[in-house]
Design a protein around this ligand. Structure first.
Ligand code: F6P
Length: 363
């Protein structure tokens, strides 16, 4: 029987549990044994009880739960070869040669490196006497399949990452709550949202809540952003608006890459427009809570596809990520997706914002 392991890595995201549930149950349904690697790459390096067999009922009721019930971590040891050697040994001890990983681009790139090194790691285990040749021989090829789990929706080659719509829903709820108090006092609120280098959450939250102004890294305002914002918001107030909402992505900056902080935005609104202004940083509230319907559906369909990708892979198939493009679940080469994602960050750093926006449009 083949043994397929599932693991979550990097920042947690709503829908990760749905992905684990789908991988576990689909593995069993396809006649394989299912294993969970606890605490991300930490568990893979530690081995033993951290790599645990999963039964059908172990994932009962996991679909809606936020966070990741099998734990996650950002592991330094796995970034070095000795850590990866330990990880390879632990997998051989359990007879596992396929891992489905739900995480962000960093976690998935690490997994692909591991796959490339795998034959060399096995040779080293044999050469140093840690394993016997006959012990490693049945597991010569390691399958890696990525599920993109992140609230940021920052990965190229897929329209949505697992978790991004739950996070967007949470942000919209929070802005609605703030709207009520802002309206009552005729106040302005500057709301910082997560997303790292990606403005998707801020942009979509702005569209979904009718915010007055937003700041995102891919399409920054010039160094005169204060004037631009005051003009728009001043006009909204003249038209009788009682409240003002400005959404700032945590990675926001101007065209010269000077950070635009929520407190700087607050100062401009208070001093120049004389608005009674407050700052709200939504923080990790955006990452918690139940997964929305879309993330439950996405994680389930993608988990099923991931198991199929494991079972149909040949030694020459490049490691895939499971994506969703125009509402269809598909497979894309992992390394190409990572490269395209990095290109956006590079374009922003090179101040080529047209390119950054173009790349995001094509994602
Ligand atoms: O990648 C998800 C994310 O929530 C980002 O939006 C944010 O920048 C980062 O993780 C926060 O990381 P931590 O939970 O380690 O503070």
């Amino acid at each position: 029987k083949r043994r397929i392991a599932v693991m979550t890595s990097g920042g947690d995201a709503p829908g990760m549990n749905g992905a684990v549930r789908a991988v576990v149950r689909m593995s069993i349904a396809r006649g394989c044994e299912s294993y969970a690697i606890l605490e991300g790459y930490d568990g893979l390096v530690q081995g033993g009880d951290m790599i645990r067999e999963m039964k059908w009922e172990d994932v009962r009721d996991w679909l809606s739960k936020g966070g990741t019930l099998i734990g996650t971590a950002r592991c330094a040891e796995f970034r070095e070869r000795p850590g990866r050697l330990k990880a390879a040994h632990n997998l051989i001890l359990k007879g596992i040669d396929a891992i489905v990983i739900c995480g962000g681009d960093g976690s998935l790139t690490g997994a692909d490196t591991f796959r490339k090194e795998w034959p060399g790691l096995l040779d080293e285990l044999v050469k140093t006497g840690v394993c016997k040749n006959e012990q490693v021989e049945p597991y010569r090829h390691l399958n890696i399949v990525g599920l993109v789990g992140s609230i940021d929706n920052d990965m190229s080659s897929t329209d949505a990452t697992i978790g991004c719509y739950s996070s967007l829903t949470r942000i919209c709820q929070a802005v609605d709550f703030i709207d009520a108090t802002a309206f009552s006092h005729q106040r302005a609120f500057v709301i910082e949202v997560m997303g790292r280098h990606c403005g998707w959450l801020a942009l979509m939250a702005g569209v979904s809540t009718g915010a007055d102004f937003i700041y995102i890294p891919e399409s920054p305002p010039g160094t005169d952003w204060q004037d631009q914002m005051c003009k728009v918001i001043g006009k909204h107030r003249e038209m009788g608006k009682r409240k003002t909402i400005v959404i700032v992505a945590e990675g926001a900056h101007d065209t010269e890459l000077n950070k635009i902080s929520p407190s700087a935005v607050k100062d401009v609104l208070s001093i120049r427009l004389k608005l009674d202004t407050r700052v709200t940083t939504l923080g990790h509230v955006q990452r918690g809570g139940a997964a929305c319907a879309y993330d439950r559906m996405l994680s389930t369909l993608q988990g099923v596809e991931a198991v199929d990708a494991v079972l149909t892979a040949t030694p020459d198939t490049p490691s895939p990520i499971i994506s969703i493009v125009e509402n269809k679940i598909s497979r894309k080469p992992l390394l190409e997706a990572v490269r395209l994602t990095q290109e956006v960050t590079d374009a922003i750093e090179a101040k080529d914002f047209d390119k950054a926006m173009g790349l995001r449009d094509n994602e």
